[in-house]
Design a protein around this ligand. Structure first.
Ligand code: UDP
Ligand code: MG
Length: 321
């Protein structure tokens, strides 16, 4: 690892002009003092303030600064994705631009990946300086639901400060709002050495938070999607096909029974006038057959989509000889 670049610091930002200078100089100091060779990837996610000018100015001071400017606000996930595709360091550390995370944590995070052999180390804002009602409390519930559904044992999934082995960021495919769930994506991709490290956290010195309470609803929906995708994403027929077949069979047998008993009524018992449609089972059976067929078709379409559009990042090879 001697000759290759040791660290890439990835910083997504939206209107953080007041923090950037201090953020850069603290990263520079801590990496230089610890002899870590580094590059920085700033991703300007559609800022309307002076952020981009400041980054351009910083770039003139240090050629190891790289930056991407989005044409509009695409969101933190897209910002991370764009940087992850381009990083060159053996270790990648993501960090928010608002100075809530401490650049001074870098060396220890870096060592946990290189020396202790972790694939991913997630920051844990053990002592948190955000609003109790809008952030801290809901976030506790949210994290405990996440642990149960994902099986990944972290106290703080959404901390912006995280360190990754290079292969992890090149394997996970983040889109939408999935930046909250990178540890889950990494675990699903087969990276098992995931841990957390308590990190320092401070109240936002400048600007305001870019995420409101809607984050919890969105985050939860994403978590359900991830859970479902990891369970059945590779084999949709096993869920939809099975559910569809069971429903269809129940519906079909019920309608068969209705039909036969009607025939017996008419030809054996000579009872006329009772309409099949007067029996509530008729509607239940009908609905079940229709829903069952639809579910089956959904599963079949899912399989076709996978066949034609297979995601080659679904597996991660640990070794090859
Ligand atoms: N951010 C971004 N794009 C967005 C929203 C946020 O790049 O659409 C950046 C933001 O500038 C900051 C980081 O993501 O560097 C975390 O955002 P924020 O501090 O608002 O989140 P919080 O700390 O309140 O969870
Ligand atoms: Mg913040």
């Amino acid at each position: 690892m001697k000759n290759s670049l040791q660290l890439s610091v990835v910083i997504p930002l939206l209107n953080e002009e007041q923090s950037l200078n201090e953020l850069y100089s603290r990263i520079n100091v801590v990496c230089t003092e610890n002899n870590i060779t580094y590059e920085i990837w700033f991703v300007d996610d559609g800022s309307t303030d002076d952020s981009w000018n400041i980054i351009e100015m910083l770039k003139t001071q240090n050629p190891n600064i790289h930056a991407i400017k989005f044409s509009k606000n695409y969101g933190k996930s897209q910002a991370l994705h764009a940087a992850f595709e381009r990083t060159n360091g053996e270790v990648v550390i993501t960090m928010d631009a608002d100075l809530q995370d401490f650049p001074e944590e870098i060396p220890e995070l870096y060592n946990m990946i290189t020396k202790e052999g972790y694939d991913l180390v997630s920051g844990w804002k053990k002592k948190r300086f955000d609003n109790v009602m809008t952030k801290n409390l809901p976030s506790k519930l949210f994290n405990s639901a996440a642990r149960k559904l994902s099986g990944v044992q972290l106290n703080d999934f959404n901390c912006g400060l995280k360190a990754y082995r290079k292969q992890v960021v090149k394997s996970v495919d983040i889109y939408g709002d999935l930046h909250r769930w990178i540890p889950v994506l990494a675990a699903n991709a087969g990276f098992k050495k995931i841990t957390e490290k308590p990190v320092q956290h401070q109240a936002r010195p400048y600007g305001s938070s870019k995420f409101g309470a809607e984050r919890f609803i969105r985050g939860f929906l994403d978590l359900i999607t991830l859970w479902f995708v990891s369970k059945f994403g590779g084999r949709p027929m096993h869920f939809f096909g099975a559910a569809g077949t069971i429903m269809f069979v129940i519906g079909f047998l019920s309608s068969l029974w209705l039909g036969i008993s009607k025939l017996i009524d008419v030809y054996v018992n000579k009872i006329y006038g009772n309409l099949i449609a007067e029996n509530p089972w008729f509607f239940i059976a009908l609905t079940m057959m229709i829903l069952g067929t639809l579910l089956f078709v959904a599963g079949f379409l899912g399989e076709l989509v996978i066949r034609t559009h297979r995601n080659h990042k679904n597996y991660h090879i640990e070794e090859m000889i």
